[in-house]
Design a protein around this ligand. Structure first.
Ligand code: BTN
Length: 242
């Protein structure tokens, strides 16, 4: 695939940059990276703190030939690609919190925001936005325990350009497998890093609790209750340790 990469000192959000580039008529694989974001977005309408000189903010815009429903697994695949790229470079004990937070020692290191842009010529346009805390040593008003690569693995060399290249390589490799075969091939590797496995969980909606059993072949999260195995669909509800 042909790839067009843009690097910005400042941008509102790299995800928004991909949307604008599509609107301006750019086609093919689009990648936007920024040193800082003024309106970095997290999941569920949260703000993603995006100071300059610190972290990796990267978005990939891609057209995929799969139906919308199957795209749920995409956020899991993106999280796995990110984790593998970081583990390769020396990050020890990374874990995935379903659907796609990357944790180290229970603290959030990276997050992924997937946005769908609708169909064009039969393909679904997807934006995979990735934020990784790299050099950040302190932050104001982050509403959950967090860490960074420099804090979690200080002995490794975490250059942001190297990181961006490795993450992108992993992601593009995994996306082509996903496009051809769906989530199935990723269930087993994903479950190796499951932060919830064997733990007692409750859904934030409050009416479901049980023990974490990992993801199934479609990427749904399984919880065993006293009487059954319940499946939770991506984005439907969120889980926390009881
Ligand atoms: C989350 O865990 O809530 C998702 C965070 C995603 C942050 C990245 S940074 C690059 C891209 N641009 C954004 O505005 N958000 C994503």
């Amino acid at each position: 695939r042909q790839m067009a990469l843009r690097v910005h000192d400042q941008i509102d959000s790299t995800n928004s940059d991909i949307t604008r580039r599509w609107q301006e008529g750019e086609r093919g694989l689009l990648v936007s990276v920024a040193d800082s974001q003024q309106q970095g977005r997290g999941r569920r309408g949260r703000v993603w703190q995006s100071p300059a000189g610190q972290n990796l903010y990267m978005s990939v815009g891609i057209s995929m030939n799969r139906g919308f429903t199957e795209l749920d697994g995409l956020s899991l695949v993106a999280g796995l690609a990110l984790l593998e790229a970081l583990a390769d470079k020396g990050l020890a004990n990374p874990a995935l919190k379903w659907p796609n937070d990357l944790l180290v020692d229970g603290k959030k290191l990276a997050g992924i925001l997937i946005e769908l842009q609708g169909e064009l010529e039969g393909a679904v346009r997807v934006i995979v936005g990735i934020g990784v805390n790299v050099h950040m040593l302190e932050a104001e008003s982050v509403d959950q325990p967090w860490t960074s690569l420099d804090l979690s693995a200080p002995e490794a060399d975490w250059r942001r350009d190297d990181l961006a290249a490795s993450v992108l390589n992993r992601l593009l490799g995994h996306l082509s497998v996903f496009e051809a075969s769906g989530f199935g091939p990723f269930a087993e590797p994903w479950n190796r890093y499951d932060a919830f496995r064997g733990r007692k969980l409750v859904a934030t909606s409050g009416n479901l609790s049980g023990v974490g059993e990992g993801v199934d072949e479609s990427g749904n999260y399984m919880i065993s209750t006293d009487s059954s195995v319940e499946r939770i669909y991506a984005g439907e509800i969120s889980l926390r340790v009881a």
